[in-house]
Design a protein around this ligand. Structure first.
Ligand SMILES: Cc1cc2nc3c(=O)[nH]c(=O)nc-3n(C[C@H](O)[C@H](O)[C@H](O)COP(=O)(O)OP(=O)(O)OC[C@H]3O[C@@H](n4cnc5c(N)ncnc54)[C@H](O)[C@@H]3O)c2cc1C
Length: 377
């Protein structure tokens, strides 16, 4: 019998996590006529999504050149195409829902000669493969960067606003402050045990980001937590340097800066295990993260020091090859997952949402995002 503090609801699908992925999955399922409940441990966009700097960066961190080397050209190209598709879908959806989104372009900036060469090679490969990319051996910010690769299609969005708007756009029951604690098979469905609530449903989608392995340890096979930091500062006027107008990232995508419409500046960094740069020597990712961010600020945005208004940190889910994962738990069929978006997750959110929904409703394999890709490639 169910304890009185655990009233039991029923629905077709429970989505665990109200970040951008959970919101995109829930809205999509609800539009198809399914009864959907979203259970969120904190508040909507309380995880990585709400901390995100909102940069819409195509592809994967590490630059295209490196993706071609490590994943093969065909796979790298197909992954870049997917992330462009995800970026465009996100931009269209934000526009439709009235969430501010802007195609600012982005700048990848080289901090070492090795990275400058990687950017040059990336631009060449990207253009050969039909993507827009412009390379120059100059520093448009005049701050000591060695080269720049401009991607004109990239942009910025407020990811938390978009998440809230997505959930409001469809008939979805959202339960905040409702941490899911356990999942168990029940007949042909699943019982979801959450804080002061239990739900019987036909299927579950785990969209719990970097926290997912805490709920379901089997997921640590694919996803490990990575950390990200962000600081908000008064706009750095630079010393006789042009103002920062375009979002930029450096050091293989691990540090970034974005001017905000209110005149402030966002600066941040993230880390995960796979890293192309030999400059990484610290074995402790947190130390590397803090060290990387302060070196970045000190060297390239020195006037920001002393003008910092806020510091925030967050957790992202990272996969060994940097590519998000979509799959189903073998010991709990009916429990699907869409995870591992890392520190460049926003352009992937709508793609992983679409893949997990198609897998669940139609049995369509998730292709390049398949969690079992290691076995299949
Ligand atoms: C500081 C920072 C800056 C970033 N900047 C960028 C950027 O500029 N561009 C970019 O593309 N990406 C950026 N990212 C990464 C991006 O935010 C993530 O890839 C993306 O938001 C992941 O979305 P998600 O929905 O998978 O996860 P999340 O947004 O983390 O959502 C997961 C949700 O699940 C909830 N949850 C977890 N466990 C449970 C449970 N047991 N029960 C119920 N709920 C649970 C969490 O509370 C959370 O709200 C940044 C991340 C951080 C932390």
């Amino acid at each position: 019998m169910d304890a009185p503090e655990h009233p039991v609801d029923t629905c077709d699908v429970v989505v665990v996590g109200a970040g951008i992925v959970g919101a995109a999955v829930a809205a999509r399922l609800a539009r198809q006529g399914l009864q959907v409940a979203v259970l969120e441990a904190q508040q909507v966009a309380g995880g990585a999504t709400g901390r995100s700097a909102g940069l819409l960066l195509t592809g994967l961190p590490g630059h295209y050149h490196w993706a071609v080397q490590s994943l093969g050209r065909e796979t790298a190209r197909a992954l870049w195409e997917l992330s462009v598709e995800g970026r465009e879908r996100l931009m269209e959806t934000a526009t439709r829902l009235g969430v501010p989104v802007e195609r600012t372009g982005s700048l990848a900036l080289a901090v070492t000669e090795e990275e400058a060469e990687a950017l040059r090679a990336s631009a060449e490969l990207l253009r050969e493969d039909g993507f827009e990319a412009w390379f120059g051996r100059t520093d448009p910010l005049q701050r000591g960067f060695l080269a720049a690769l401009r991607s004109p299609g990239d942009g910025v969005v407020d990811a938390a606003d978009l998440t809230r708007a997505l959930l409001a756009s469809a008939p979805v029951a959202v339960h905040t402050h409702t941490e899911v604690q356990a999942l168990e098979a029940e007949g042909a469905g699943i019982r979801v045990w959450a804080y002061r609530r239990a739900v019987r449903c036909g299927a579950v989608v785990l969209a719990a980001g970097g926290y997912a392995p805490t709920l379901e340890p089997a997921l640590s096979r694919w996803v490990s937590p990575g950390h990200a930091l962000r600081i908000t500062a008064r706009l750095d006027k630079g010393q006789n340097q042009p103002p920062l107008t375009t979002p930029c990232y450096t050091d293989y995508g691990y540090e970034y800066a974005r001017p905000l419409p209110d005149g402030h500046l966002l600066l941040g960094a993230w880390r995960y295990l796979r890293r192309p740069s030999p400059s990484e020597s610290s074995p402790d990712p947190d130390t590397a993260l803090r060290g990387g961010l302060s070196r970045f600020v000190r060297r390239y945005f020195p006037t920001v020091e002393g003008n910092i208004l806020q510091r925030q940190s967050g957790m992202v889910g990272c996969t060994p090859d940097g590519v998000p994962v979509v799959g189903v738990l073998s010991h709990l069929p009916g429990v699907y997952f869409a995870l591992g978006l890392g520190g460049w997750g926003l352009c992937w959110a709508f793609v992983v949402a679409e893949r997990v929904v198609e897998m669940m409703l139609e049995g369509t394999p998730p292709g390049l995002l398949d969690a079992e890709r290691g076995q299949k490639r």
